[in-house]
Write a protein that binds this ligand. Structure first.
Ligand code: TTP
Ligand code: MG
Length: 445
């Protein structure tokens, strides 16, 4: 255990919704819900103004509309979220070589590896000043996004701390005060205590961290099993020595793409999966790896994300094998409503490979017979998407239906702008995408 508060956890506030408010000035300070906007859609996240009305992640959009009908309901713009994430992760990597991203909007940073010229000591006062400056820099590099930060002697404490003063807050837990902080908290603050474990503990009268602390190791093991019980016993005492790991050893190699308009053409989807399989297999070979489990990931138009996987008897690094399995997995899924994300991954990695696994020593990429994009992609003016109009310039889709699309003409750099309506087939209007979108956070290896 380290004796300084030098593990930092950063989590952006209402991430997708904040990016939307940054880019759509008329929505700043207003309730915004990002997610599937159709009948079966699910909320990905809501701005804090919408949370006041009880809107939450994973709630059905229908329920969110009934709680906060006046919110702006937007479908997502993943290129914008990836770009903001990239800006933040690049900043964090410039302050310490040890940065461990947990998701697009969340990372651990080891401050013990920060530049001593900027952080001369790891006392509470110094790390507090340093973290306040870091939060300002997050806002600078992202054009105004806020982050909540927690700092403590371990990953567990840092992560708990970043939640304490959300949004736009900073909490530093001084070394030695961890157990007092944790004791009154619900047992569910401990990583790994999900609903099922929490229920088992509750039936034994264990509700808080203090209750866990007061329960013997044997009793905990009896309740939740050996490995889990030992983890609870340690974490309830704030014992956590997991290091911040920059380049985790790759557990999987994957490639995915998000599409601004819903894909409906099956052949196009198969072509994209084949191409992604080629990228994954190439990366595996480059690093001398092979894996047994092939997975596909499919996000439907309503934000439901589906995964299917299959496991081979032996590891493979062959494009042809990965591509064939990926396409076969797709046949299990109903994609008729449209698909906005496709991905292929290989996991269960081994750093050896048997020769001639399936009699396919050749690794010829399969021909990519992709149909032309315009014939296969419906142009869907989903609410929130970026558009550009020949005379009016850049704006975003406010709503569409009955052959009409309504646009608000504003960007992050303009004041709130005017609203105009057009016929959906108006040749002066089209969807807008950045020239060089950030496609993916690098995956190790
Ligand atoms: P979170 O950090 O969990 O949530 P948040 O950043 O929106 O809000 P908070 O201020 O509480 O941190 O997730 C980051 C993003 O991940 C979120 O903006 C949207 C996306 N997400 C989903 O798509 N589905 C989900 O169920 C959740 C929880 C998040
Ligand atoms: Mg967040």
């Amino acid at each position: 255990m380290r004796n300084t508060a030098s593990v930092l956890h950063l989590d952006l506030d209402a991430f997708f919704a904040s990016v939307e408010q940054r880019d759509k000035p008329s929505l700043r300070g207003k309730p915004v819900v990002v997610g599937g906007t159709g009948g079966r859609g699910v909320v990905a996240t809501a701005s804090y103004e919408a949370r006041v009305f009880g809107v939450r992640s994973a709630m059905s959009t229908r329920e969110a509309r009934s709680r906060c009908g006046h919110a702006a309901f937007l479908s997502g713009r993943f290129h914008a979220y990836r770009e903001a994430s990239h800006q933040v992760m690049t900043l964090l990597r410039s302050v310490s070589p040890l940065v461990e991203p947990l998701s697009l909007d969340e990372a651990f940073v080891d401050l013990a590896q920060a530049d001593p010229a900027e952080l001369p000591d790891l006392g509470v006062a110094s790390v507090t000043t340093y973290a306040e400056r870091l939060r300002e820099r997050v806002a600078e590099v992202t054009g105004g996004l806020t982050a909540s930060v927690g700092i403590g002697t371990s990953k567990f404490i840092a992560k708990v701390a970043s939640e304490l003063d959300k949004p736009d807050g900073l909490t530093v837990v001084p070394p030695g005060t961890e157990r007092d902080l944790l004791r009154p908290m619900s047992a569910t603050v401990i990583p790994g205590v999900g609903p099922a474990t929490a229920e088992r503990l509750r039936r034994a009268g264990i509700l808080t961290v203090a209750d866990i602390e007061a329960t013997g190791l044997d009793d905990l093991v009896g309740l939740v099993g050996k490995a889990h019980g030992a983890g609870l016993h340690s974490l309830a005492r704030a014992r956590d020595d997991r290091p911040v790991v920059a380049e985790r050893e790759a557990k999987s190699v994957s490639s995915e793409g998000t599409y601004e308009t819903d894909l409906t053409d099956r052949r196009l989807m198969e072509g994209l999966l084949t191409r992604q399989a080629g990228e994954v297999a190439t990366r595996l070979r480059k690093h001398g790896l092979a894996g047994r489990t092939v997975t596909i990931k499919v996000r439907l138009h309503d934000f439901t994300t589906l995964g299917r996987s299959t496991t081979l008897p032996e590891p493979t690094d062959s494009t042809a094998v990965v591509a064939r399995l990926a396409r076969r997995l797709l046949t299990d899924l109903d994609t008729s409503g449209g698909v906005r994300l496709l991905g292929v991954g290989v996991s269960g990695l081994a750093d050896w490979i048997q020769d001639d696994l399936f009699g396919e020593t050749e690794d010829e990429p399969e021909p990519l017979d992709l149909p032309e994009a315009p014939s296969t992609r419906r142009v869907v003016y989903a609410p929130g998407l970026d558009v550009v109009h020949d005379e009016m310039g850049r704006g975003w889709v406010w709503g569409s239906g009955r052959g009409v699309v309504t646009v608000r003409f504003e960007t992050a750099e303009t004041p709130p702008g005017p609203v105009r309506s057009f016929a959906v087939d108006d040749a002066a209007l089209r969807l807008w995408l950045p020239d060089n979108p950030v496609t993916e956070e690098p995956v190790a290896p």
